[in-house]
Write a protein that binds this ligand. Structure first.
Ligand code: GUN
Ligand code: ZN
Length: 449
């Protein structure tokens, strides 16, 4: 019904284009269609087209009827907002069981809580149950793709891929490489751990929508031998990812210096071991020198900014504009150091972290980042991230007035930019009405709250 009131009242022409991100020389403009429709091919799970509802009905529903083909199914989401599925570029699925653990900063938090929980993942039942629970939580938050840490048990990655493959979500993970400075049950000797990763690559890399990342935890928990073997394995593939952590916490940086006194700094350890490159995602990168930013730039290495985690662990304030001036930055939850799986909540905390440094983050920049921006950072933008025809139909149906407060606040807004900013600041899993993965509905909010 074209006369239905639109909750996001007036589509506006965005004038402040200076704030919009640039990809490969092209400025990315947000596109908003007030009374729109998305056309999905059920057979392929891909997007066929999008545009005004009227035009889409005329081009697809009416012609199908005229030509006597099977009628087009129409799902009516009036008053809702349809966005590309959200993408989380750094999150630990086993840590969903110890999210919100009190009092410590990074190194004590790892020793006192994280490693204790991760040790349970040698049990296949724990791994499968947690992977299933975690993936359902992602979907309830509108997240359809993620780059994920499992544990050092190869079966933890296997369990995650099995569940993700069943849901047909596009996911990236790998067994975590650790062989020192951690409890014995979590340490796997270098050769064995690399063989485990190799097996996981053989079984899962680019099987359906799954991808493998070589996953050394960080410089502290791997011997130089394990890091070097990881780098050699990385060099032998041209599509496998690599993920680890970098310069998150001051004590961590000092510890790395004591372990590697002959290296120029933290990043130089990874550089020396062959871990940098365009398919590398490094979480955090808060404490970096100019020469390190330059190496990130020269190698194409990506940074994942994790604001709720940085605040929760008291790690520090990430300098977004500075990092962006050197290399690609994605945004991520980092649960269980992060305190929410919601990419909207994550954006709201990213906004506050930048406010403390006098660089407010606009809603367009934020919403771009958790969709196409993160897809670009993961080199997945040809498949996901927006509604370009032939991309995979991963999308979320959002209710911008899902709570009494949101409904009331939205009624006071005048522009799309304002509405999206309120959504970014106040929205979370409560605004996610439905989540669709490759054309199949995988989450539907229950009406009983
Ligand atoms: N550095 C090494 N391991 C971890 C982890 O599990 N979480 C965070 N936030 N930082 C890390
Ligand atoms: Zn992390």
């Amino acid at each position: 019904d074209g006369n239905a009131p639109d909750p996001l009242k007036t589509p506006t022409v965005i004038t402040d284009t200076e704030l919009l991100p640039v990809i490969e020389g092209v400025r990315i403009c947000p596109e908003y269609i007030a009374d729109g429709a998305l056309v999905v091919d059920d057979a392929t799970g891909c997007i066929v087209d999008y545009g005004s509802r009227q035009a889409m009905l005329a081009d697809y529903a009416d012609t199908a009827a005229q030509e006597g083909r099977e009628p087009v199914k129409i799902h009516d989401h009036r008053d809702k907002l349809i966005m590309p599925g959200f993408i989380d570029t750094h999150v630990h699925y086993p840590q969903i069981d110890m999210i919100a653990a009190y009092g410590e900063q990074l190194l004590d938090w790892l020793n006192n809580y994280t490693f204790v929980t991760e040790a349970n993942f040698g049990d296949p039942k724990v791994a499968h149950d947690t992977a299933q629970f975690f993936l359902n939580q992602l979907l309830a938050n509108g997240t359809t793709s993620a780059m994920v840490f499992s544990t050092s048990h190869p079966l933890s990655a296997e369990a995650f891929f099995t569940e993700s493959h069943r849901l047909n979500t596009r996911m990236i993970t790998g067994n975590v490489l650790m062989d020192q400075n951690a409890p014995a049950p979590l340490c796997v000797p270098a050769e064995q751990s690399i063989r485990d990763t190799q097996d996981i690559i053989d079984n899962w890399h680019e099987r359906g929508r799954q991808h493998v990342a070589i996953t050394p935890r960080f410089a502290i928990t791997s011997t130089p031998k394990q890091l070097r073997m990881a780098g050699d394995l990385y060099a032998s593939y041209d599509s496998v990812y690599l993920q680890t952590h970098l310069a998150e916490n001051r004590d961590e940086v000092v510890f790395v210096q004591t372990l590697y006194p002959n290296h120029k700094g933290y990043l130089d350890v990874y550089d020396d071991m062959g871990l940098l490159g365009r398919r590398t995602m490094l979480a955090h990168g808060i404490y970096l020198e100019t020469s390190e930013y330059e190496r990130l730039r020269d190698t194409g290495t990506q940074i994942a900014h994790c604001p709720t985690s940085n605040l929760f662990l008291g790690s520090g304030l990430f300098d977004l504009p500075k990092t962006l001036s050197y290399t690609g930055v994605s945004i991520a939850t980092d649960v269980g150091a992060g305190t929410s799986l919601s990419m909207l909540t994550t954006l709201s905390e990213a906004y506050k972290v930048q406010q403390l440094q006098s660089n407010p983050l606009s809603a367009h920049q934020g919403l771009y980042q958790i969709t196409l921006g993160n897809a670009q950072s993961l080199l997945l933008d040809k498949k996901i991230g927006n509604f370009m025809p032939s991309k995979e139909a991963d999308f979320v149906v959002i209710n911008p007035g899902a709570t009494a407060l949101l409904e009331r606040r939205m009624a006071q807004t005048n522009t799309l930019e304002e509405q999206l900013f309120v959504l970014m600041m106040l929205g979370d899993d409560r605004v996610i009405e439905q989540t669709v993965v490759a054309g199949v509905s995988r989450y539907q909010k229950s009406n009983a709250l």
